[in-house]
Design a protein around this ligand. Structure first.
Ligand code: ZN
Length: 259
């Protein structure tokens, strides 16, 4: 039976489009978490329809968490949100990685809630000279373990970003991004139908899609910070400053990029 790891986030969920829905103390957060978890239930249903005995582990990867525990789907197992960094319990034994509720990388034009790890601190990230967001960094980390990435849901911009790296990935586009805090959404129930169908399709592709492998080691990690960020933090971690806002480091550790 396949083992599937689902990495959840909040910014790519249908109905979620503004920062006042994604922070732990924001007014729309509780509803956003419910919407996220109902998309998770649909994703698990889709996987189960294709592989009834699938072993499904779910990591609550949004910064402050985004899973409503009371709605968590029966049979799946939860890796709770907390003080941890990827690859949280991800290892070679998994057959596939799914991204649910994912967002595009910082700086993506017309993308909804695009950012790379920290919307306040990171303006741009490049790996080996190419722009890379959370999807790419984490898919590459999984790839280094031999685990392919088969599914992503979110807006049309993360779908395009994912296809550029994993051409055969199955995408569930639940909204169209227009601006940082503006999107055109499917009705949540319709988004769940799309996710259910696409997750089933992705499950049938296990064994047919190669893991994402990027050249290296070593890997060149380049971060452009925003004006709110203290450069000393990067200097202390061994980065070299190449201009006022850009820091670079060569590393052999892909996990460093998948923070
Ligand atoms: Zn998030």
């Amino acid at each position: 039976m396949p083992r599937i790891y689902i990495l959840t986030d909040l910014e790519g969920v249908a109905g979620v489009a503004r920062w006042d829905q994604t922070g732990a103390t924001t007014r729309g957060y509780a509803q956003a978490c419910r919407l996220m978890t109902l998309e998770l239930c649909a994703c698990v249903e889709g996987i189960r329809s294709a592989a009834p005995g699938a072993d499904i582990w779910v990591w609550d990867g949004h910064g402050c968490g985004s899973i409503d525990l009371e709605l968590f789907p029966s049979g799946a197992r939860l890796i709770n949100n907390g003080p941890t960094t990827p690859p949280t319990l991800l290892d070679r034994s998994f057959d596939a990685l799914f991204f649910l509720g994912q967002h595009a990388m910082a700086g993506t034009p017309a993308a909804n809630l695009a950012h790379t790890y920290s919307s306040e601190h990171i303006a741009r990230m490049r790996v080996n000279g190419s722009d890379m967001g959370e999807f790419g960094c984490r898919a590459a980390l999984a790839g280094s373990m031999g685990v392919p990435t088969l599914f992503v849901s979110g807006d049309d911009k993360i779908a395009a970003e994912a296809r550029a790296l994993v051409p055969d990935i199955v995408t569930a586009e639940v909204k169209v991004g227009y601006a940082p805090q503006l999107a055109l959404h499917l009705a949540p129930v319709d988004a769940r139908d799309v996710i259910r169908q696409k997750a089933a399709s992705a499950t049938t592709m296990i064994g047919q899609v190669r893991p994402l492998v990027i050249p290296g080691p070593p890997y060149t990690h380049e971060i452009t910070i925003t004006g709110r960020t203290d450069p000393d933090g990067y200097l202390a971690r061994g980065y070299t400053q190449i201009n006022a806002t850009t820091f670079i480091k060569t590393t052999s550790d892909l996990a460093l990029l998948a923070i």
